[in-house]
Write a protein of this length. Structure first.
Length: 253
């Protein structure tokens, strides 16, 4: 069954049967970005509209900039999976999901074409404005599921989105020697790092032990906010960038 597009930027409606009412929320407050991670975007479209796998997203943006809407924004699409942000584990109910046609890490991380990124920025601006989505609620799939997802990846131009008014971003601190926290470390410095990550929204407890979960979350943070080196080690650049983002969020913008 077709439906009217929510955005004037939509080029085509390709209805997916995989959706249901949102649970416990009246409106979305998260914009969640993915890459498709498949050999072709057409194959991804077919999968997102297939009732068998029960996966979907609200939008799919092709490499040539075409925007397809698959699920009405008022409905809960199935794109986030097992996830966490700011205490919530039902990110599907809180979010609008955009799949971006890109083969992803398994296919060598091809660049996002300029035409596609321009379309993504325009669509994101439209969604953020209509739903009043806060900058720190514009997220990567890897932010909410760092133990199993890498998309949309470190090649995605988050800084360009922020410059266009979509999402939070600050210039990362430069990478310097010394002061890094690594897997296996423990103590108050690790606990403070974990508290900062939790303050921003990541699903982590301040155990004081730099365990595998901490490594995964630091990696996800770097994929989004400090892409010069993505290694899961909390060097001074990573920690200072995180501190500034937490302060920006606390200040409300």
């Amino acid at each position: 069954m077709s439906f009217p597009p929510d955005s004037p930027l939509v080029d085509a409606i390709s209805p997916s049967p995989n959706h249901e009412p949102r649970k416990g929320v009246a409106r979305p407050d998260i914009l969640l970005l993915h890459y498709t991670g498949m050999a072709s975007t057409q194959a991804a479209l077919e999968r997102l509209c297939d009732p068998g796998p029960r996966v979907s997203s609200h939008y799919l943006v092709f490499e040539d900039g075409r925007i397809f809407q698959l699920v009405p924004e008022a409905r809960r699409a199935y794109h986030a999976g097992a996830s966490y942000w700011e205490g919530s584990t039902d990110i599907n109910s809180r979010s609008v999901g955009i799949e971006i046609g890109n083969q992803g890490h398994d296919f060598g991380c091809p660049e996002f074409p300029e035409t596609q990124i321009a379309a993504v920025i325009s669509l994101c601006r439209d969604i953020v404005a209509r739903w009043s989505i806060a900058p720190w609620h514009v997220l990567a799939h890897s932010d909410i599921a760092p133990n199993r997802k890498r998309d949309p990846g470190e090649a995605f131009p988050w800084q360009r989105l922020a410059a266009a008014g979509v999402g939070a971003f600050i210039e990362p601190d430069p990478i310097v020697r010394g002061g890094a926290l690594c897997p296996g470390d423990h103590g108050e410095a690790v606990a403070r790092l974990q508290r900062l990550l939790a303050d921003y929204g990541y699903g982590i407890t301040a155990s004081g032990h730099y365990d595998s979960a901490t490594h995964e979350i630091v990696t996800a943070f770097q994929r989004h906010f400090r892409t010069a080196r993505v290694d899961g080690i909390a060097d001074l650049s990573t920690v200072k960038t995180l501190e500034k983002l937490v302060a920006l969020k606390a200040a409300g913008g």
